[in-house]
Design a protein. Structure first.
Length: 255
C-alpha cells in the first residue's frame, strides 16, 4: 500500500512519541521503507532480507565476520595488520545502503523515532562488550557541530544503552576540542590526520575515568580513525579498558 509523504511525516512524528503513546495508536511502518508491518520496530520481509547482520563467526577483536569458522581466538588480517588501541569492537550491521539510510535518517531527517530500535539492536549485538564495562561513553561532537545537528546521535544511543543495562552514562568525560572536517570523502590517512588530537579528557573528569572499563559508542565505524583517536584520549584520561560498539561497520577485505 502506497503512503503519502504527508501521512508518513505524521506517522514518523507519532513514532518519536512511542514511549508516551500506546503503541496501538501508532501505525507500524518498516524501519527502512514505507511498507506497513505487524509490529513497531520491525522491518518488512524485503528489507529484513537485505540487512547484513554480523553474527558469529567473527574476529574476536574487530568483530569482522568470517565466511567460515576459523577457530577460537583466530584474528582477522585487519586486527593483525593494524592492531587497534581498544580491546574489542562489535557491530550490528555491515555498512551498506540500508544501514546508511537508517543512520542518515537519524542524522539528517529528524528520525529520532529510530533511536529506540537501533539501541535495542545494538544491545543484542553488543551484549558481550557491554557486560565487560563499568560505564558507557559516546563519541562527542564539537559544540559547533552539535548546534547544527541539535543532538548527538552517539550520545542518544549511549544513553539508551546505559539505561537498558544499568550502566553509568558519562557523556562529559570525553570532549572534542577541535571542529574537525566531515570524514566523508577523506582517505584513511586524511581521516587519521583530521581527528588527531581532536579528543581529550578534562582534568576534572579524570577521577571518574581512573581504572574504569568503558564502552565507547558511535554510529558507524569506517576506517576507525575516530574510534582510535577517542580511545587514546580515554586511555590518557586513565581508563583501563575500552571496548567499542557501533551500529554499522564498513566491510573490510583483509580477512
Amino acid at each position: 500500500m502506497e503512503i503519502s509523504s504527508k501521512t508518513l511525516n505524521v506517522i514518523h512524528k507519532l513514532r518519536a512519541l512511542a514511549g508516551f503513546l500506546p503503541e496501538l495508536l501508532v501505525p507500524s511502518i518498516c524501519l527502512t521503507c514505507d511498507r506497513f508491518v505487524d509490529r513497531q520496530g520491525g522491518c518488512c520481509p524485503q528489507c529484513w532480507g537485505q540487512l547484513r547482520f554480523v553474527t558469529k563467526p567473527f574476529c574476536p577483536v574487530m568483530g569482522s565476520p568470517f565466511t567460515i569458522d576459523m577457530g577460537e581466538n583466530l584474528l582477522s588480517a585487519e586486527a593483525i595488520a593494524n592492531p587497534p588501541p581498544f580491546s574489542k569492537l562489535r557491530t550490528v550491521l555491515l555498512y551498506d545502503d540500508l544501514a546508511r539510510k537508517l543512520v542518515s535518517s537519524i542524522k539528517y531527517s529528524d528520525r529520532a523515532d529510530l533511536l529506540r530500535w537501533l539501541a535495542q539492536w545494538m544491545n543484542i549485538a553488543g551484549a558481550e562488550v557491554i557486560d565487560e564495562v563499568d560505564a558507557i561513553i559516546p563519541v562527542p561532537l564539537h559544540p559547533s557541530r552539535l548546534r547544527q545537528r541539535r543532538f548527538n546521535q552517539a550520545g542518544e544511543l549511549a544513553q539508551r544503552l546505559a539505561k537498558l543495562n544499568d550502566k553509568h552514562f558519562m557523556p562529559d568525560v570525553l570532549v572534542r576540542k577541535k571542529p574537525t572536517r566531515q570524514q566523508v570523502g577523506l582517505s584513511e590517512k586524511e581521516r587519521a590526520r583530521n581527528v588527531s588530537g581532536a579528543f581529550f579528557a578534562p582534568d576534572e573528569m579524570k577521577i571518574y575515568l581512573k581504572s574504569k572499563r568503558v564502552l565507547l559508542i558511535d554510529d558507524v565505524y569506517t576506517t576507525g580513525a575516530t574510534a582510535k583517536a577517542a580511545t587514546r584520549a580515554l586511555k590518557r584520561g586513565g581508563a583501563s579498558q575500552i571496548n567499542v560498539l557501533v551500529f554499522a561497520k564498513v566491510e573490510t577485505y583483509l580477512e
